[in-house]
Design a protein. Structure first.
Length: 165
């Protein structure tokens, strides 16, 4: 059975801006964005399709077999130090990233659609975010009282917590 893909809409007022990003909600007050060129696919899958693997870091949910491709799925919220997905979630929102030949599934609580903004508006995250998050960011973008965290897909895919010891 094919599950519906979440509606991905342009954020109002963003149609004339430059680079597209997939906007994600990690918690009630933390929004992130990932460059669209790194996102290969967006899926909504039943949690039962993820095969847990013992003795893995807390952020690693397990393996997913999707159309004869097998790849790791991580809880992005936990990887970045936030509270993770709830055990009551029956379906997972997963973004498939690709860095070189390495695919990685990122499970997130919510996808908010596609937004656009110029790359020159991105500021350094140093001094703005916790030091444990900074290595996974390209920068941040002030949005009024909020800060949008711009993720670095390559840094996430090649994170030390995901490498074999």
């Amino acid at each position: 059975m094919k599950l519906p893909t979440p509606e991905l809409q342009l954020t109002p007022g963003q149609a004339g801006a430059s680079d597209p990003y997939l906007r994600l909600q990690l918690s009630s007050n933390v929004s992130t964005a990932i460059p669209m060129e790194a996102a290969r696919e967006v899926l909504v899958v039943p949690v039962e399709q993820i095969t847990p693997i013992p003795n893995m870091p807390d952020c690693v949910l397990g393996l997913l077999n999707q159309r004869s491709r097998v790849f790791w799925v991580v809880d992005l919220s936990v990887m970045l130090g936030y509270s993770g997905l709830t055990s009551s979630d029956r379906q997972l929102n997963i973004i498939i990233l690709q860095s070189g030949q390495t695919p990685l599934g990122l499970a997130v609580p919510a996808m908010q659609g596609i937004t656009r903004f110029p790359a020159d508006g991105i500021q350094s995250p140093i001094g703005t975010v916790a030091p444990n998050i900074a290595p996974y960011l390209r920068g941040c973008l002030p949005e009024g009282q909020e800060i949008l965290l711009i993720l670095d897909p390559e840094a996430i895919v090649h994170a030390s917590v995901l490498q074999r010891q």
